[in-house]
Design a protein around this ligand. Sequence first.
Ligand SMILES: C[C@H](NC(=O)[C@@H](N)CCCCN)C(=O)O
Length: 423
Amino acid sequence: MTDNNSGRATAWLVCLLVAAALYGNYYVYDSVGPVADLLQQQRGFSDTQIGMLNAIYNLPNIVLILVGGVLVDRFGAARMTLWTAALCLAGALLTAFGPDFASMAAGRLLFGIGAETFSIATVVAVADYFGKRDLAFAIGVTLSVGRLGSFSADMSPTWFASSYAAGWQPPLMIAAAFAASSFAVALVYWWIDRAPARERAAQGIVAAKANEGFAWRDMLHFGKAYWYLLGLCVLWYSVMMAFRSTFSIKYFQHAHGLDLATAGEMNSYVFLAAVFATPAFGWLCDRVGRYAPFLAFGALLLPIAMAVMALTQWSLWWSTLLIGVSFSLVPAVMWPLCSKLVRPNRFGTAIGLMWVVQNAGIGGANMLAGWLNSRAGASAQNPAGYDSMMLFFGICSVLGVVCALLLWLTAGRRDQEAATHKA
Ligand SMILES: C[C@H](NC(=O)[C@@H](N)CCCCN)C(=O)O
């Protein structure tokens, strides 16, 4: 399907639509943080309630995301993108217009149930259209536009200053508008995909999906390389998300003496770097035709960054640079490589299984790191209290590198070979 020019044009159109849909979705995901203070002041929400508005996103997905992956394989990426975008829109509307905390939390729950399966469907959509050629670049483009959505949400107090001046609700209504635009482009993608979907069915891909059904034991037949990739996914995302999204700003303030604004800015450069570097690394991998060595290199940068922060007084620019490259390189390579390790009709399931453990890992790492800090009394007066958290993140990231090296040894000698030994 993608060998002729019109096929390539359709593939890029789908890639751009999926990227635009992901932009809106990631914007909504990150829209609670900027209104946290207003929710506290104007609605009297406690820190625990605000934390719950984000935690409720991850918790159901520890189980549900596997079902989501199976549904993507069963019903196809286009239909699932559309259905889950509708669920996300309903969730965003309920969050913005809910009269009390319970309905806002219900809105975030609904959004979370839709959003993770939506993300799987977007990766599978790109893989459906790009096959082997330019896959990492195309996934890099979609992820980079998604990261721009996260960055925009962080910048929204500046960009939509008047809405923030009007209170907690207008910024969440803007987020709901982004969810609506995400649904609208998902609808266009679903419309465009009808003919190519028929073509895929004629080639037997969809037919295989529909007729084979799903057997849970199929997952046990994923090859060794897949399980190493899963190990890296859990360890790397746990450190990246728990450190960079939850603790890094506070750590920069207390252990490195930055003020809040500079610490926040330092953290946001990681997103900004990813916007440009993710597609660039994807493009490079496609050109060189190697994935596992790049993945191992990206994974290695994380423990080095942790060591630089914890053991030296070097400028934080160094660790931000290392984390920025790792945050761009690892996702740009991980998902295209995953698509090469399993059969196309099990790709959604394979990502779903990885994200079940990933969601549990991120939740667990957040709790354990918080507990380690509290136990050691980490604060501006006691920066050494952060040592145990940094050791924990250091160990996890080193174990991630071990998984990446085992993966390289197993599947990476010539990455293309992996495609011929799919589970
Ligand atoms: C593609 C990958 N997505 C995930 O890992 C999701 N489980 C989490 C999405 C969180 C939304 N910002 C990624 O974003 O690297």
